[in-house]
Design a protein around this ligand. Structure first.
Ligand SMILES: Nc1ncnc2c1ncn2[C@@H]1O[C@H](COP(=O)(O)OP(=O)(O)OP(=O)(O)O)[C@@H](O)[C@H]1O
Ligand SMILES: [Mg+2]
Length: 259
């Protein structure tokens, strides 16, 4: 769970948002909506700790792992596709590399053997033996053909990289998944695959998207950013839209009455 308390963010005199109080709980998918430049991406960066906020606190339940869809399409150019995906689960990735390194030692000792056995046990507990298969399935589901699974990231085009970075974010069952425009560059089949994945995902998702159909399919809450405030509604995008129409009409009627 993430708790956002009295958070404010400003780049200039006027705050982008002020005194934001929200909770993001397990089992829910939160769609962040708002006009272009409203601060959706900024809000995700603040939540993931990539960007400092000016006041207030953001707390994440202890022991929870957050995964973020990386926006930098060149960051992994020197890594293979499968390594890039596995890096989404740093503990498992580092362990894999440590195991490779210990077995590659020319002076492999009895002590190394014991260490390696412990590492193998932890590898199993983290789901390491199933990892390769899972990674391949995710990549295929997201529309990356098998012939590219063993390539280097630098050999892929933009839309293929997006698919790998998405697989990276969702790999290893994070507790909190943060996605900014995940459907950009995806075809319909891949979007459907992602929708189904998110529908089955049991932890917390926070997602920005301009794709209304996608938001309607996956979201259980909408957090709308407007005039520096973030308002949370239970329901999907269409429900939120209808609500805002009713609320706007009520506000207008009240104003008329007051006049
Ligand atoms: N690091 C920064 N320094 C100064 N201003 C910034 C910075 N990052 C974002 N902004 C400004 O903050 C506002 C919100 O930007 P942000 O990218 O969060 O909007 P957004 O809702 O994601 O928009 P879009 O729908 O176009 O993706 C914009 O006016 C942007 O120019
Ligand atoms: Mg944005």
């Amino acid at each position: 769970m993430i708790t956002v308390s009295d958070v404010s963010v400003r780049f200039s005199e006027k705050p982008l948002f002020k005194d934001v109080n929200l909770k993001f709980t397990n089992g829910n998918c939160y769609g962040i909506t708002g006009a272009n430049g409203a601060g959706k991406s900024t809000f995700l960066k603040v939540i993931s700790g990539e960007l400092e906020h000016d006041s207030g606190t953001i707390s994440i339940s202890t022991g929870e792992r957050m995964a973020v869809l990386k926006q930098d399409h060149f960051a992994y150019d020197e890594y293979s596709v499968k390594d890039t995906v596995m890096m989404g689960f740093p503990k498992l990735y580092e362990l894999t590399k440590a195991i490779d390194a210990i077995y590659a030692k020319p002076d492999f000792s009895d002590e190394d053997g014991m260490k390696a056995a412990d590492m193998q046990a932890e590898f199993g507990e983290l789901g390491g033996y199933e990892a390769e298969n899972q990674i391949e399935q995710m990549l295929s589901g997201l529309g990356l053909e098998e012939e590219f699974h063993d390539r280097m990231m630098s050999e892929l085009d933009e839309s293929q990289k997006v698919r790998v970075l998405l697989a990276q974010a969702i790999f290893g069952n994070p507790d909190i998944l943060v996605l900014d425009e995940p459907t950009n560059g995806l075809d319909i089949e891949s979007i459907t695959w992602l929708e189904n994945f998110l529908l089955e995902f049991e932890n917390t998702v926070i997602v920005v998207s301009h794709d209304r159909h996608f938001l309607n399919t996956v979201c259980t809450y909408i957090c709308d950013i407007d005039y520096g405030k973030i308002t949370q509604f239970a329901g999907n995008y269409d429900f939120w839209y209808q609500m805002t129409q009713v609320l706007q009409r009520q506000a207008k009627e009240q104003q008329k009455k007051a006049e």
